[in-house]
Each structure stands twice: as structure tokens, then as C-alpha cells.
Design a protein around this ligand. Structure first.
Ligand code: HEC
Length: 452
């Protein structure tokens, strides 16, 4: 663990040393300091790290239909359609002015997955074991966000001085001050090149008394698609729920050969959702007087799921802070909501919308909602359906990877017989049928939330 950290910091020191000098123009005579942000990208990045492949006549340039020498780079990037199949299906041009997140160029250069985390082919510069520095990537991002103009200075050149690797910009989450809560951590582990890694670590909280949680805060190193904390259903007393996993041991859900590790997955049959986040940073406060109860002597199964498309090890790490309050300050104890649909089918090469109705068996006051789907998911809506049939949309998410948590300042009150309805649209761009499953190539369909 600490080995990985020191390798990363040695790498970034080496880079700092290598990149501290002023840039010189590799194209012979001409201004040494290029004029304008795109010119700077051309001279400092494209000329140095891209044109060895992306030059007229080279096979790689033919394959990608992309020439990045100064005579054509701008025209072939900005507003130009991509030839990569999935990017095309997703409607991503190479550079979409003002929208880095909708620009294939940005995703090809971001070695630590961002919002899309779709498989858009090789990461660039291909053939290296080092992506652009954090500063170079940020400079390109800012240029795109500023409209990707051909001339003019639109991005601060100071960011170019950030010579850290893209994975080195993460800072851990500080633990709650003594007496105000507790922190659970899945410490740094590596995700091998071009692999996915989903794992569980069973952590004993060993709290002598019930804990009342008023705030849940979490942070994940980029690349994880979720962080989830599960309790175990104590009412299930038969196999496999009659025993608990060994504490503090990493349980990968896949074996080295890519097959599922069923033994490590068995405890999933006994899980009850406790808390979770689908965004890298999450911070939720329960309303005054409301708290989530963690019974005495609890344990939590900590789950993270990383997808690494880079040709290097990606470091994974996750933190969850549970802030507590005194029992005397709690007027209402909240509970978690977990409404999955685990049986649906998405035919190949088409859009499908799945509608699932969850009728309340008791009056339910909903404080907040979030959802879980995978990369074929385009739209997740949650509706409230009243017993009289009227239906209103209370939650919409278009970003499968970072669905966000919808907090209701005025809680939603559902009477007995009212329902929550999930309406999920998937676009299965593959040529095979997809259903519910655990891998990021399978799909998911779950409503999570808090209520009382
Ligand atoms: C070792 C050769 C090599 C280097 C170096 C390289 N590329 Fe590529 N590039 C390729 C190949 C091969 C493809 C097509 C395969 C793929 O996209 O997975 C490609 C595809 C691309 C695409 C996608 C084009 C499209 O429309 O699908 C972009 C954008 C790109 N490269 C940008 C860059 C940038 C920017 C750099 C420098 C930072 C770079 N490449 C360096 C070989 C290279």
C-alpha cells in the first residue's frame, strides 16, 4: 500500500524535475513562447507527444483519420466528427467547443476516468506508460471550456506547471474530530491496466452502543463508479447469511482469470443498503432532529467498483465519514430505501425503457433519493404515483456514473398505496442482449434513499 504511494510521489518528483524548464519551439525558427492557447497546445503537446503517430502518411494517422501537425490539427479536431464507433454513437465530436466532457479528445487524454467512463478505444498518447500531466490535461480542458478558439489566450498557462501525474492530484478525506464520528477506509489498492475491480472489505465498527448518524460524507479516488456501505440482514439465518465475512480482508468479486468469485459474492445475498455515494465527493446532512441508526456492535461491508482504461495501474482508495449525535438530540430515526428491479431485458441495438412500480405498504416520508444504473443507462427518472393515479417526476438523472443525491427540503410524503415508480431508459449499443448484473457491461436498476 505505502509502496504504491511512494512510487507515485517519486514519479511526480521526476516529472517536476523534467518539466521545470521553459518550453522551446520544436519546429525550428519562430516565436519561442507560442501565441495563444491553441498554439501552446500545438507546440508543447501535439508536436511533442502526438505527431510521431498522427502525421500524414503514417498508418496510425490513417487508422484514426487524424493528423495533428500544425497545418491541420485545428480543423481536424474542433467540431470534427470522431471515427471511434462508440463516441460516434454517443454523439461526441473530437472537440465540442465549450464542452470538454462531450469532447472525445478530452476523454482520450483523461487517464483517470471522468464523467463518461465509456470505452472510447486507446488512451492517448498511445504507446506510452505516462499520460499527459495533470496540468496539461487541465490546460486542454480549459481551452475547450472557453470555446476552443483558434487564436487568443483563454487558459491560464500557470496550470501547465502542475507536472503531477493525473492520479496524484487526489487528497484523502480527513477523519471526523475525536468524539464526533468515525471513519471507514478502503486503503489504496491497485486496479491493473485495462481492468475492472469491484471489491468488498468487511469492517467491524464494534460500537458499544447504538450510534445516531446525522451526516454522511465520502470521497473516492477518481475511477470508482460507486462507494456503498451495507449492513447484514439479521433476520436471514440460513446459508449463506448464517456467517459473516472475515474482517478487514479484501474480497474481489472476480478471480484473476476474470471469472466471478462466487464465494466472495455470497454475502451480497444478505446485504441491506446503509449508505452510499455515486459521486467522487459526497456530503449529506439529515434534517435537524433526524438521524440514521447504526445498532450497537455493528459491522459494515464496504464496496467499491473501479474501471481502469489506462495502460498503467490506477490507484483506488475510498473514505466514508459517519458523523454522530447524542440520542437525546434525535426525534426521528430514519431508515434506508432500496428498490431494485433485477429482472429486465435490453435487446441489442435499441433503446428500451423499463418502468417498475414499488407500492408503499405504509406511510413513508422520503428525505432524499438517488439511483444506480450502468453505462448503457441514459435516463433515470423516479416518479411519485398517488393512489388516484396522478404521477409526478421527483428525480431525473442523465449521468449514469455520477447520479447525485436529490435532497428534498420538504420531504415527500407517500401514503399507504402510493408508489415510487422508476422509469429507466437504456441505449443498448452492443449487438447482444443485456440484463441485470454486476459487471459494468451488465446493467443495474435500483432506487436508493432515506426515509422514515
Ligand atoms: C503510438 C501512436 C500514437 C500516439 C503517440 C498518439 N496516438 Fe492518438 N491514436 C492512435 C491510434 C492507433 C488511434 C486509433 C485507435 C483508437 O482510437 O483507439 C488514435 C486515435 C486518436 C484519437 C481519436 C480520433 C477519432 O476520431 O476516433 C484522438 C482524438 C487522438 N488519437 C489524439 C491523440 C493525441 C492528442 C495524442 C498526443 C497527446 C495522440 N493521439 C498520440 C495512435 C497514437
Amino acid at each position: 500500500m505505502s509502496n504504491l504511494r511512494s512510487v507515485v510521489s517519486i514519479l511526480s518528483l521526476a516529472l517536476l524535475a523534467a518539466c521545470s524548464g521553459e518550453s522551446t519551439n520544436a519546429n525550428g525558427p519562430g516565436p519561442t513562447i507560442p501565441d495563444g492557447s491553441f498554439a501552446r497546445i500545438q507546440t508543447d503537446i501535439l508536436n511533442k507527444q502526438c505527431i510521431s503517430c498522427h502525421s500524414t502518411g503514417m498508418s496510425f494517422a490513417r487508422q484514426s483519420q487524424l493528423v495533428l501537425t500544425s497545418d491541420s490539427a485545428y480543423q481536424q479536431l474542433v467540431g470534427a466528427a470522431s471515427v471511434q464507433q462508440i463516441a460516434n454513437a454517443d454523439g461526441l465530436p473530437r472537440v465540442k467547443a465549450f464542452h470538454a466532457d462531450s469532447s472525445l479528445l478530452y476523454h482520450k487524454l483523461a487517464w483517470v476516468p471522468g464523467h463518461h467512463n465509456r470505452d472510447y478505444g486507446l488512451l492517448m498518447p498511445s504507446g506510452t506508460t505516462q499520460g499527459l500531466t495533470a496540468g496539461q490535461l487541465e490546460y486542454i480542458r480549459r481551452w475547450i471550456e472557453a470555446g476552443a478558439p483558434r487564436t487568443g489566450h483563454v487558459a491560464d498557462t500557470l496550470v501547465l506547471k502542475d507536472a503531477r501525474t493525473q492520479t496524484a492530484t487526489f487528497s484523502p478525506l480527513a477523519a471526523p474530530a475525536a468524539g464526533t464520528g468515525l471513519q471507514l477506509v478502503v486503503d489504496s489498492f491497485a486496479i491493473s491496466p485495462t481492468q475492472e475491480r469491484e471489491l468488498f472489505v468487511y469492517r467491524r465498527v464494534s460500537n458499544p452502543t447504538d450510534l445516531y448518524i446525522t451526516r454522511i460524507q465520502s470521497r473516492m479516488r477518481p475511477g470508482s463508479h460507486h462507494l456503498l456501505l451495507y449492513q447484514f440482514d439479521d433476520t436471514k439465518t440460513t446459508f449463506p447469511c448464517n456467517s459473516r465475512p472475515a474482517p478487514d480482508v479484501v474480497r474481489d468479486i472476480k478471480n484473476a482469470d476474470g471469472s466471478f468469485n462466487l464465494l466472495n459474492m455470497l454475502p451480497m445475498a444478505c446485504h441491506v443498503y446503509f449508505a452510499g455515494a455515486m459521486t467522487p465527493d459526497f456530503d449529506y446532512n439529515f434534517p435537524a432532529g433526524v438521524a440514521l441508526k447504526l445498532p450497537a456492535n455493528s459491522s459494515l461491508d464496504f464496496n467499491v467498483h473501479y474501471v481502469n482504461r489506462a495502460p498503467i495501474d490506477l490507484p483506488g482508495q475510498a473514505f466514508a465519514n459517519l458523523y454522530t449525535t447524542d440520542r437525546s438530540k434525535v426525534t426521528t430515526v430514519a431508515r434506508t430505501l432500496n428498490y431494485p428491479n433485477t429482472s429486465f431485458t435490453l435487446p441489442a441495438k435499441q433503446r428500451t425503457t423499463i418502468r417498475t412500480v414499488f407500492t408503499m405498504g405504509t406511510k413513508t416520508t422520503i428525505l432524499g433519493l438517488t439511483s444506480h444504473m450502468h453505462s448503457m443507462g441514459e435516463r433515470y427518472e423516479i416518479h411519485v404515483r398517488k393512489a388516484n393515479g396522478s404521477e409526478t417526476t421527483v428525480y431525473t438523472n442523465l449521468d449514469w456514473e455520477h447520479p447525485g443525491f436529490q435532497n428534498f427540503d420538504t420531504p415527500l410524503v407517500l401514503e399507504l398505496g402510493d408508489a415510487l415508480v422508476s422509469v429507466v431508459t437504456y441505449n443498448n449499443v452492443t449487438d447482444h442482449t443485456i440484463g441485470f448484473g454486476l459487471a459494468s457491461t451488465d446493467e443495474m436498476n435500483i432506487i436508493f434513499g432515506y426515509a422514515y
